[in-house]
Design a protein around this ligand. Structure first.
Ligand code: 3AM
Length: 439
């Protein structure tokens, strides 16, 4: 069980756990071993990127993104390639996703929504001015930093999953339809700037209403509603917010409001303070050139180093007191994706108990040694919830169990964990402190 840990290294980065799996990339947590700086590592299949008809455009957009250092855009630090993979090194953003706030606390007051919308428009305007379009603005791409400021992720990267035709306009067959502009769905070719703006309008609506403007379980009906911009503002919206939303959610891209007009809009302008930042950011693009030239010379090596598990028993126990939900919902990390608990039961009993608890909740259970993968057969808000667990031995009769979200929605993970904690009550080791707290 407490086998040596294998540490993965890519160039100067120590690679940690998977943060999420998107449509075209896996995102892993990593640490720059020279500076200690945490980063998010996007890992892509080299073949898919370089053989993509759009690889020239992807290269141009990645190069542009590397030159952008905007306070509301996730920073792209560098690009690396190994023999088979491309790694995009991004600033690590710690505050979770903006929409987790809506899921947890419901719709926002207009002043709060306005602040995020101003930051979003500011980021979008800046990237557009540099010729980079997002094309896939949706809740998952709106992250929050430690101070609660918005950071837009994946600017310039979504081209990876899109197709382009000879007319120079973008065409797509996939995407999150709820946020996608009508002209994109109609596949008539479209302009990236006005299409991005539509998605910003949908995002603003959700912030203020707490639900989607266009929604239907039937995709054809959904398409129809979007094409006709068939939506109703909730009664609590102010008149000026309604006016702005209606101007953005105009199904005709030719008459839709444009960013310079938004900047002059009455609702938008209130307390607007565009961020001040240094635009003349000096960086070099040799890494981007090397990756897209596919030159052997600059390949980074992927190394695996065996390491004995380094934590000692005291550290483990202090990391995993009881099955207290405080573990999961502690103040700083409201949107935590992992937690641990300790148990005095034999490892096999722990595994069996988790399996027994997970199956009735609709999970498929796969076991391998002391690791388990639980997959919800039903798709949730962000695809099928996937949970990874592992049992570590701390001492002969003491185990530490790690439970983490591998894929899916964080809130659904929290709900699962709450259920699990009820079923595992007799497995969890409760210290005297925990017993006191319960009283
Ligand atoms: O799987 P979920 O939705 O919880 O928030 C992003 C998403 O999480 C996260 O990785 C998952 C797949 O996209 N993510 C993406 N870029 C990130 C970054 N720069 C990030 N998390 C932190 N920093």
């Amino acid at each position: 069980m407490s086998q040596p840990k294998v540490k993965r290294r890519i160039g100067k980065y120590e690679v940690g756990r998977t943060i999420g799996e998107g449509t075209f990339a896996k995102v892993k947590f990593a640490k720059n071993s020279e500076t200690g700086e945490p980063v998010a590592l996007k890992i892509l299949d080299k073949d898919k990127v370089l053989k993509n008809k759009m690889s020239e455009q992807i290269k141009r957009e990645i190069a542009t993104m590397k030159l952008i250092k905007h306070p509301h855009v996730v920073r792209l630090n560098e690009v690396m390639a190994s023999k088979t993979k491309i790694f995009i090194v991004l600033e690590f953003v710690t505050g979770g996703e903006l929409f987790d706030k809506i899921v947890n606390h419901g719709r926002m007051q207009e002043d709060a929504a306005r602040k995020y919308f101003q930051q979003l428009i500011n980021a979008v305007d800046y990237c557009h001015s540099r010729g980079v379009y997002h094309r896939d603005l949706k809740p998952e791409n709106l992250l929050l930093d430690a101070s609660g400021n918005l950071k837009v992720s994946d600017f310039g990267l979504s081209a990876l999953s899109w197709q382009i035709r000879d007319d120079g306009l973008l065409h797509t067959t996939c995407g999150t339809p709820n946020y996608v502009a009508p002209e994109v769905l109609n596949d008539l070719g479209y302009d990236g700037a006005t299409a991005d703006l539509w998605s910003c309008g949908v995002i603003l609506f959700v912030l203020l209403a707490g639900y989607l403007p266009f929604d239907d379980p039937n995709v054809m009906n959904l398409y129809k509603k979007i094409s006709l911009a068939e939506f109703t503002c909730p009664p609590w919206l102010s008149l000026s917010a309604r006016i702005l939303i209606t101007r953005i959610l105009d199904p005709n891209p030719m008459t839709r409001i444009i960013i310079p007009e938004i900047l002059e809009d009455e609702w938008f302008k209130k307390d607007y303070k565009p961020p001040v930042f240094d635009e003349n950011y000096d960086t070099n693009l040799d890494d981007v050139e090397a990756v897209f030239k596919d030159s052997e010379e600059h390949l980074v090596t992927e190394k695996r180093e065996e390491q004995p598990a380094a934590l000692n028993a005291f550290e483990l126990i202090s990391m995993s007191r009881g099955l207290n939900l405080g573990n999961l919902f502690d103040g700083e990390q409201e949107f935590k994706r992992e937690t641990r608990f300790s148990s005095r039961c034999p490892a096999n009993d722990i595994i069996n108990k988790i399996e027994e608890a997970a199956k009735p909740l609709g999970f498929d259970v796969r076991k391998k040694n002391y690791k388990m993968r639980l997959e919800n057969v039903k798709a949730g808000r962000k695809g099928n919830l996937n949970i990874a667990t592992e049992v570590f031995q701390v001492a002969p009769s003491l185990h530490m169990v790690e439970v983490r979200k591998a894929k899916g929605d964080t809130l659904e993970f929290h709900k699962f964990y709450k259920n699990l904690s009820t079923s595992l009550d007799d497995v969890v080791w409760k210290t005297e402190d925990d017993m006191q707290e319960k009283k």
